[in-house]
Design a protein around this ligand. Sequence first.
Ligand code: NAG
Ligand code: NAG
Ligand code: NAG
Ligand code: NAG
Ligand code: NAG
Ligand code: NAG
Ligand code: NAG
Ligand code: ZN
Length: 414
Amino acid sequence: MYFLSVISALIALGQACPMHGLPDHVAAENNINVANLRKRGWVRPAPQKIAITNVHIFDGFEYDNQTSTVLIDGSFIGSDAANATIIDGKGATLMPGLIDNHNHPTTIADLKNLSSYGVTTTMCMSCWVATDHCESLRNQPGLTDFYSAGFSAVVPNSSHSKLAEMNPAVNAPEYFIYNSSMCPGWVKDRFNTGSDYIKLVAEAYPPSMTKDEHNIIVKTAHQYGYWTMTHASTLDTYNMAIESGTDIIQHTPADEPLSDASIAKILAGGHYVTPTINIYQYTQAATVSLGLTTEQTANLNQTVPSNVKRIYDAGIPILAGTDGSINSNGPADIYFGSSLHQELEMLNSYGVSNVDVLKAATSRAAVAYNMLDRGVIAPGMRADLLLVRGNPLVNISKTREIEKVWIAGIEYEG
Ligand SMILES: *[C@@H]1O[C@H](CO)[C@@H](O)[C@H](O)[C@H]1NC(C)=O
Ligand SMILES: *[C@@H]1O[C@H](CO)[C@@H](O)[C@H](O)[C@H]1NC(C)=O
Ligand SMILES: *[C@@H]1O[C@H](CO)[C@@H](O)[C@H](O)[C@H]1NC(C)=O
Ligand SMILES: *[C@@H]1O[C@H](CO)[C@@H](O)[C@H](O)[C@H]1NC(C)=O
Ligand SMILES: *[C@@H]1O[C@H](CO)[C@@H](O)[C@H](O)[C@H]1NC(C)=O
Ligand SMILES: *[C@@H]1O[C@H](CO)[C@@H](O)[C@H](O)[C@H]1NC(C)=O
Ligand SMILES: *[C@@H]1O[C@H](CO)[C@@H](O)[C@H](O)[C@H]1NC(C)=O
Ligand SMILES: [Zn+2]
């Protein structure tokens, strides 16, 4: 009992003050096996100071042609380099850790893969497995920081409800949308079960939610002060998303070129767009959920790049997301971590400049989700950092040349 209460007091302390680990003398006096606690993720490694010197910095906004020093002080970026361990960053670029704005991790192994590729924050766009399963991915010290929509707003028998029903751990019926009068309560349930934002699915073909249901869900979420994300992959569903006033539109219209009128409405509505180009590389998966004609499918490789370019050229803010998912929890096997680097390369090849591609996975993403403690290198921010060889402002693939990754100041090794 005594042992347990000491542990809970220490855990409470650790949470109140994340920069401080368990002091060695406290561990010794209480006969606490620190290594064992660390394995369970209860105790952070002792705070340390690391100075990365002689390094070029992409701070989330721009590349600094001069080299300088960045200090990791515990979980945060600091400013006093006294007594820090030095890492020579000559020839490298230090950038904010990457944010994958759309994926579906379900296991700790998925988070490890994300971490190893420098993805320090991940926005899960629906968890089709039991909600408490995804909850267990939160707050894992030293691993990718996990946020989730929980269960998406989908109607029974729709193409996306099938993804949920594939998983026997889900007692799906109680999560579905049946009519507009239940929508406010459904939104409330999401927040009461830990969702960070709401995900809606505008299906490309029936059955699908009505316009009323979309509008009510978005309006209710906004009343609670929460963001909404809408899956939309055709012109009609884009319009449904725009009219509902959703915050971030997920995917790219794949059936037809976006009209000038739609572009103007996206701009006027202040929507962000996460194109998720990765998913369109998996033609079969894409068309099963999109219901495209043979001709439209054959033209995917023209329609998607040109719509992404039109969105970008119009000045609509783009976010980088992959739709990463494996083991049947999503529409295709898109590997966690590596796919985000591929997304950055594809955005770049479609005409998005290097600096805008990097912002789409760092500072712009942090602003879009109101995560104002990250996405930028500056004193006081979370020490979510990625050290890469070379300059990704010149060659975007240099984000793959990873030397080191820190997540809230903890180096990811392995
Ligand atoms: C700074 O670097 C960028 C890209 O690396 C380059 O285009 C630019 O000319 C450089 N500016 C100066 C002042 O050296
Ligand atoms: C650095 O280390 C020296 C010697 O151990 C110590 O006297 C000094 O207070 C330390 N400075 C800081 C800022 O920790
Ligand atoms: C991690 O990603 C690599 C490829 O990027 C893949 O081969 C491997 O299976 C993934 N591991 C897990 C556990 O998903
Ligand atoms: C879903 O489809 C099944 C048959 O496949 C049907 O029995 C059921 O009534 C449908 N549910 C709704 C809500 O339409
Ligand atoms: C809406 O659906 C819910 C859940 O199935 C049901 O309890 C409720 O009676 C329905 N309301 C209306 C007005 O149909
Ligand atoms: C589209 O491009 C990808 C490679 O980027 C290729 O694998 C795929 O076969 C192409 N699809 C069509 C329909 O040409
Ligand atoms: C860009 O960087 C990648 C990764 O280091 C490398 O394989 C590729 O050759 C580079 N491309 C150019 C044009 O230098
Ligand atoms: Zn998705």
